[in-house]
Write a protein that binds this ligand. Structure first.
Ligand code: NDP
Length: 246
């Protein structure tokens, strides 16, 4: 357990499943207080109950939040108090098609969530970090932001945007003690593929054929490691693959 994270206030977006939920469990283990955000409030409430029964010393708050809604993000963030660590994790892939076939709806959903949603939450939290001259923003990108693939133009583009935003923020916060990190997972078995294939489990499972995928804990351990370094150490970028993915 990293004692540096004990008592810190950690905001995690997309905490209702997968990597975000695993991050919540690992930060709780490290003694951090949690601000958990996602659209599925019932999931967050269940997680809160679970975490509070296991870790009596931490405080867990839940927020029903669609990161696409800038005004709601701003209003909700006003109730957060000080955020020490922000994990910008909410994201999704849908409607992978050739560029000429991708629907406006799929394109908007991915860009509004993966790019604009991340910016909305960052805009709501960063001024407080600047005022206190400390804080850590950890963006969950993807290997897809570095290695584009066919039918993935918009999703890959959205994650390339996350990489560029993270790097630009490094410069924009260079005169502060704020850290900016980008963690890029390879294949992780979560609800991600179920969302992609609209709940078709056999299609979702086929994505992992021939690969031993990571699970949410593998990424959460990495996130907690990155957050737990001393304040003068910033792990700016990490690529985390399953061993048999390249
Ligand atoms: P999951 O589908 O399990 O989790 C996605 C989370 O994002 C859910 O908690 C969902 O919550 C939340 N979310 C989606 N849309 C919104 C929204 N508009 N507002 C708020 N929350 C939202 O997938 P993962 O855990 O795998 O995905 C987490 C991140 O990891 C994503 O950014 C994804 O791109 C990235 N990633 C995943 C990989 C993988 O192979 N799984 C590989 C590389 C990167 P709710 O529906 O309740 O709002």
């Amino acid at each position: 357990m990293s004692s540096r994270l004990r008592g810190k206030n950690v905001l995690i977006t997309g905490a209702s499943s997968g990597i975000g939920e695993a991050c919540a469990r690992h930060f709780a283990q490290a003694g951090s207080n949690l601000l958990l955000a996602a659209r599925r409030k019932d999931r967050l409430e269940k997680l809160k109950k679970d975490l509070e029964s296991q870790h009596s010393q931490i405080k867990v708050s839940t927020f029903e939040l669609d990161v696409r809604n800038r005004a709601k993000v701003q209003a909700t963030a006003a109730t957060f108090g000080d955020v020490d660590v922000l994990v910008n994790n909410a994201g999704l892939v849908i409607g992978l098609e050739k560029l000429e076939d991708i629907t406006e709806e799929a394109m908007d959903t991915m860009i509004d969530t993966n790019v604009k949603g991340l910016v909305h939450v960052t805009q709501a939290v960063l001024p407080g970090m600047r005022a206190r001259d400390r804080g850590h923003i950890i963006n969950i990108g993807s290997v897809a932001g570095q290695q584009a693939y066919g039918n993935g133009s918009i999703y890959c583009g959205s994650k390339a945007a996350v990489a560029s935003i993270s790097k630009a923020l490094l410069f924009e916060t260079i005169d502060t003690a704020i850290r900016i990190s980008e963690i890029n997972p390879g294949m992780v078995e979560t609800e991600f593929s179920m969302v992609r294939f609209k709940g078709d489990k056999s299609k979702a499972d086929s994505v992992y054929k021939g690969v031993h995928p990571l699970d949410g804990n593998d990424i959460a351990e990495t996130v907690v490691f990155v957050a737990g370094r001393p304040e003068h150490v910033n792990i700016a970028e990490m690529l985390v693959f399953p061993t048999n993915q390249a």
